[in-house]
Design a protein around this ligand. Structure first.
Ligand code: PLP
Ligand code: COI
Length: 366
């Protein structure tokens, strides 16, 4: 295996000025500003993984017949690096992202990037662009976006024989413009995201392209996000566009935390997995099972369902306050942010920022 590939390093001759970096870090938004460098690694059938490079951030050149432009072989990951109080930088469970990246590659008939190369690419970019990691003490971080796509020239429908892996980085603040305000969601029954046997469990670019029309429908209904239901009965809650969902039944220490089970058509979120662990650590009952839209509405109305929140790398934990669907709407606890959501959020962000003990060894120093 080509795990020990050397990286060539070409520093950016015109890096952003310190004033520009400070200006971006003061108000990073999400996914709008990029650092001075990027990593690229190539793959082809003859050489396997080769030509690993840290280079100035630059445009990519593609043949008009590059297979990704026609048949869409493209996968990505998303993870964050945080500044710790001692000034060092650590990322959250990067090995889990490396493993999921390989799982996505397998589903899309693409080559699997060895974990050591994935982690090496993060290390290289963070070394080159460390000054873009926001200061400790806030929720800002450096969002890392690894991706892989088909570059072979040709119109035959088959797996490409050449791929390009790229890693870019973008300082990140809150994903939702409203900050921590509870969001309103739209239950999508017209469109589905993923069917059994499909690509829903992969972080495959096409899943996001296919979601946009439903997201536009949600926005036209005054909602922030779409909730995807299962493709067969359109009744079982799966996830949101870029987040998993959690439901809290009851309250206080006796609250039970429920999340849709991994059916193969929803993304196995790393935040989801981490929150299941933390909820257990706090002594909450935890269930991974099917949740229907009827159960959601009925238990929200009876008051048994006290909180709902979305979770993911970009979204962290975002409360869901209101739900709309084709036949009506309802609120969860009057649209207020719940206690359990906030307790889990504080603990997770505390671990990520290096403020709280990390008993599971999730933070990885780079
Ligand atoms: N579901 C989808 C469709 C996503 O794109 C994401 C974001 O990565 C998630 C869930 C949450 O996953 P994670 O917690 O690993 O970021
Ligand atoms: C993430 O949370 O990392 C995501 O990929 C969600 C979204 C920005 C697509």
């Amino acid at each position: 295996m080509t795990t020990a590939l050397p990286f060539t390093r070409t520093p950016n001759p015109q890096p952003a000025t310190p004033e520009r970096v400070a200006e971006v870090l003061a108000k990073p938004g999400f996914g709008q500003h990029f650092t001075d460098h990027m990593v690229t690694i190539r793959w082809n059938r003859e050489q396997g993984w080769h030509d690993a490079a840290v280079e100035p951030y630059h445009s990519l050149e593609l043949d008009p017949a590059a297979m990704v432009l026609h048949y869409g072989q493209a996968i990505f990951e998303g993870l964050k690096a945080y500044r710790r109080p001692d000034g060092s930088v650590a990322s959250f469970r990067p090995r889990a992202n490396a493993e999921r990246f390989r799982a996505s590659a397998r589903r899309m008939a693409m080559p699997e990037l060895p974990d050591e190369l994935f982690l090496g690419s993060l290390r290289e970019l963070l070394a080159a662009d460390e000054r873009w990691v926001p200061a400790s003490g806030g929720e800002e971080s450096l969002y890392l976006r690894p991706y892989l796509f088909a570059t072979e020239k040709g119109l035959g429908v088959r797996p490409s024989g050449e791929y390009l892996y790229v890693l870019i980085a973008s300082p990140a603040g809150s994903y939702f413009t409203g900050g921590l305000k509870p969001v309103t969601v739209w239950l999508s029954t017209e469109y589905v995201r993923a069917a059994p046997g499909g690509t829903g469990a992969a972080k495959f670019a096409g899943n996001y392209a296919a979601s946009l029309v439903a997201q536009a429908q949600a926005a036209s209904e005054g909602c922030d996000q779409v909730v995807w239901l299962d493709a067969v009965e359109r009744r079982w809650v799966e996830e949101m566009g870029g987040m998993n969902l959690f439901f809290v039944l009851g309250s206080g220490d006796d609250a039970r935390v429920v999340t849709p089970e991994l059916t193969g058509s929803l993304l196995p979120g790393i935040t989801r997995d981490s929150l299941l662990r933390l909820a257990r650590d706090f002594g909450h009952g935890v269930e991974e099972r099917r949740i229907s839209t009827e159960e959601w509405e009925k238990k929200a109305e009876s008051g048994e369902l006290t909180e709902v929140f979305a979770c993911g790398t970009a979204a962290v934990i975002t409360p869901v306050g209101h739900v709309k669907h084709a036949d009506g709407e309802f609120s969860i606890s009057g649209g207020r942010t719940g206690e359990v959501s906030m307790k889990l959020r504080r603990h997770l962000t505390g671990i990520q920022q290096g403020l709280v003990e990390d008993p599971h060894g999730w933070m990885t120093k780079i």
